[in-house]
Design a binder for this molecule. Structure first.
Ligand SMILES: Nc1nc2c(ncn2[C@@H]2O[C@H](COP(=O)(O)OP(=O)(O)OP(=O)(O)O)[C@@H](O)[C@H]2O)c(=O)[nH]1
Length: 548
C-alpha cells in the first residue's frame, strides 16, 4: 500500500504545486493588465484635463476684465481693484457653470496671491515662489492628485500661465478638477478580468476605486503604509495582503509619475484559491485517511503477527537453552494461532521425551553401576576380584612411589581346604569361602581393600600400614575364623588360615614382584605348619610367630 500511496501522494502534491503556480501566474497577468489599463486611462484623462485647462486659460486671457484685474498695481488704484475682483469673480462663476467636472477656477497673480475665484474659499493650491520661472520653462504646472476633505472627493489641479499680449506672465489660472470623472474608466467594462482597481495619492489615501463602496461616500480610506511601500517597491509583483475592507486579497501596484499616483489592482483571495484550497484539503484529507488506514493495518499486523512471532522466537530461545517449561498463550484462530498451538504441542512432546530420557538414563546409570560393581566383584564372596585387585595394587604402588608411606599386603589361604571340599562337599566349601571373606571384610578399615585372589586364597591391602600393624589385623582375622557356621550342614566348622605378610618396599617395581614376595611369605606360613602368620619385615628381618 505504501508503494502505491507514496508515489500517488508525491504526484498529487506536485500537481497541486504546479496548479498553484499557474493560478499565481494567471492572476498576476490579469492584475497587471488591469493596473496598466487603469494607468493608461488616468494618463489620458489627465492629458484631457490639461487641454481643457489650457482652453479655459486661453479664452480667459482674452477677457478684458482679467487683464485689467491682473494689471492693477498701484496703491492708489485699490478701490478700483476691489471692483475689478468682483467683476472677475462674477466672470469666473459664469464660466464655471458651463463646465461639468470642474470644482474651482481660481486666478492668482504673478506672486501667487489669489485675485479671484468662483468659490469663496478656494481650494488651497500652493504655488512655489519660483512658479513663474517654472511656468516659463515647462508651461503648465501639474499638482499631484490628492483627496480633498472639503469636496469629499479626489481632486487634480492644473496651473496654466496667463500671458499678456507681449507674452509676459501676468498670473495663472488654476483649474481644479473632480477626479470622480475617471472612476468609471478605471476598469474596462467589457474585457476586464475579475478584480478591482484602487487609485492612491502620495499620502496613501484611496482616492478612487473601480468598486462602488470603496471608499465610503464622504471619506477616504487610508491604505496600510507598509503594504503600500512593499507594493510600490516591487511594482507588478504579486503580493497577498489585507485589502481596504480588511479582507484577504491578492494584488500588485502600478506606479505612475504623471499624474503622481499609485494604482493597485487587487482581487479577493478566496475567489481565486477557494476551489484550489478545497481540492487541496480534500486531497490532504484522503492522503491522511490512507495513511491512517495503512498505520492501522501495520499496527494490526504488528499486533497479530509480529508480536506472536517474537514470543515464539523468545520461547524457542528458551528451549535452545534447555528450558522446556514453556507454554504460550494462544487466543488466535489464524495461521499464527495454529503455529502457536503446534509449538505448545511440540514442547509438550519434548517435555515427555525429556522425562522418558531422564528415566532411561537413571536406569542405565543404575545398571552401569551394577555392571561396574559386578565387573570388579567376586560373585561368591562379594570381595574385589582379581582384575580389580591388580588395579588397586598398581594404584597403591604408584602412591607409595610418590609418598614413600608403605602399605601392607596379606595373602590368606584356608588350610586343608581340599580335604574340606572332599569330605563335606563343594557347597560347604563355598560356604566356608564366603564365611572367611565376610570375617576378613569385618576385620579391616574402610580405607583397606580385600580381594579374592583365587580358589581359597585372599589378598588384603592395608593402606599406609607397616608390617607390625598388619600383623595385628592378620591375627584378628585368623582368630575370627576359628568357628564358622555351615548352614548347609547346620554345624560349626573349625577353619584355620595361613597368612603371609609383606610391606611395600622400593624394590617392588611391579605387581609380580610384590605378589611373588607375599606368596613366598604365605608359603613360609604353610611350610611352618599352617594356622599361623608369617611376616616379612623390611630389610629381610623375619619375624615368625607360631600359634597352636
Ligand atoms: N568348594 C570350592 N572349592 C574350590 C573352589 N575353588 C577351588 N576349590 C578347591 O580348593 C582346593 C584348593 O586346595 P589347595 O589350596 O591347593 O590345597 P589344600 O588342600 O588347601 O592344602 P594347603 O593349602 O596346602 O593347606 C582344590 O581342591 C580346589 O578344587 C571353589 O570356588 N569352591
Amino acid at each position: 500500500m505504501l508503494a502505491t500511496l507514496i508515489p500517488s501522494a508525491g504526484l498529487g502534491i506536485l500537481s497541486f504545486q504546479q496548479n498553484e503556480t499557474m493560478i499565481n501566474e494567471n492572476v498576476t497577468r490579469e492584475l497587471r493588465a488591469m493596473s496598466n489599463y487603469a494607468g493608461r486611462e488616468a494618463d489620458l484623462w489627465v492629458k484631457e484635463q490639461i487641454l481643457v485647462a489650457r482652453d479655459l486659460s486661453t479664452s480667459i486671457s482674452t477677457s478684458k476684465i482679467l487683464i485689467e484685474g491682473l494689471s492693477i498695481e498701484s496703491q492708489t488704484q485699490k478701490t478700483e481693484l476691489a471692483a475689478q475682483q468682483r467683476a472677475l469673480e462674477f466672470y469666473l462663476k459664469s464660466v464655471y457653470r458651463r463646465l461639468e467636472n470642474v470644482l474651482e477656477l481660481t486666478v492668482v497673480d504673478v506672486e501667487g496671491e489669489i485675485i479671484a475665484s468662483n468659490v469663496a474659499s478656494p481650494f488651497s493650491v500652493k504655488l512655489s515662489q519660483s512658479w513663474p520661472e517654472d511656468a516659463s520653462i515647462q508651461g503648465d504646472i501639474l499638482n499631484s492628485p490628492q483627496w480633498s476633505k472639503d469636496y469629499a472627493t479626489a481632486v487634480f489641479s492644473v496651473s496654466v500661465p496667463i500671458l499678456s499680449i507681449d507674452d509676459y506672465i501676468l498670473g495663472a489660472l488654476i483649474v481644479t478638477f473632480d477626479m470622480r470623472d475617471i472612476q468609471s474608466s478605471l476598469k474596462d467594462k467589457a474585457k476586464s478580468p475579475p478584480g478591482e482597481v484602487l487609485l492612491l495619492d502620495q499620502a496613501g489615501n484611496i482616492m478612487l476605486t473601480s468598486a462602488i463602496g470603496i471608499p465610503g461616500a464622504n471619506k477616504s480610506v487610508s491604505f496600510d503604509t507598509d503594504t503600500m511601500k512593499r507594493l510600490q517597491d516591487n511594482p507588478g509583483k504579486y503580493e497577498i495582503f489585507l485589502g481596504p475592507l480588511q479582507e484577504k486579497v491578492v494584488g500588485l501596484a502600478y506606479v505612475s509619475e504623471k499624474p503622481s499616483v499609485t494604482i493597485i489592482a487587487l482581487r479577493n483571495y478566496e475567489s481565486i484559491y477557494s476551489t484550489w484550497e478545497q481540492q487541496r484539503d480534500l486531497f490532504a484529507g484522503l492522503v491522511g485517511i490512507m495513511i491512517f488506514i495503512v498505520a492501522a493495518i501495520a499496527f494490526r499486523m504488528s499486533h497479530a503477527i509480529v508480536a506472536p512471532l517474537q514470543k515464539l522466537i523468545s520461547a524457542t530461545e528458551r528451549i535452545v537453552k534447555g528450558d522446556l517449561n514453556v507454554e504460550l498463550n494462544n487466543s488466535q484462530d489464524d495461521e499464527i494461532g495454529q503455529l502457536t498451538q503446534r509449538f505448545n504441542q511440540m514442547t509438550d512432546k519434548l517435555r515427555q521425551n525429556q522425562l522418558e530420557i531422564n528415566a532411561a538414563s537413571a536406569a542405565m546409570q543404575k545398571k552401569n553401576q551394577l555392571l561396574e560393581t559386578l565387573s570388579v566383584t567376586d560373585s561368591l564372596t562379594g570381595l574385589y576380584n582379581r582384575n580389580k585387585l591388580n588395579v588397586i595394587l598398581s594404584d597403591q604402588l604408584a602412591r607409595y612411589g610418590r609418598n614413600k608411606r608403605p602399605f601392607a599386603v596379606l595373602m590368606i589361604d584356608v588350610d586343608y581346604f581340599k580335604s574340606l571340599n572332599d569330605n563335606l562337599g563343594h557347597v560347604a566349601g563355598d560356604e566356608v569361602i564366603a564365611a572367611v571373606a565376610k570375617k576378613i571384610s569385618q576385620s579391616i578399615r574402610n580405607v583397606d581393600f580385600a580381594a579374592r585372589y583365587g580358589g581359597d586364597e585372599f589378598i588384603v591391602i592395608l593402606t599406609e600400614t607397616s608390617v607390625n600393624e598388619a600383623e595385628k589385623t592378620a591375627e584378628r582375622i585368623r582368630m575370627q575364623v576359628a568357628d564358622v557356621h555351615c548352614s548347609s550342614l547346620n554345624k560349626m566348622l573349625s577353619v584355620t588360615l595361613s597368612i603371609g605378610i609383606i610391606q611395600s618396599e622400593p624394590e617392588d617395581i611391579s605387581l609380580t614382584m610384590l605378589l611373588s614376595r607375599v606368596d613366598s611369605a604365605l608359603y613360609q606360613a604353610k611350610h611352618a605348619g599352617r594356622n599361623q602368620v608369617y611376616c616379612v619385615t623390611p630389610k629381610s628381618r623375619v619375624k615368625q610367630q607360631q600359634h597352636s
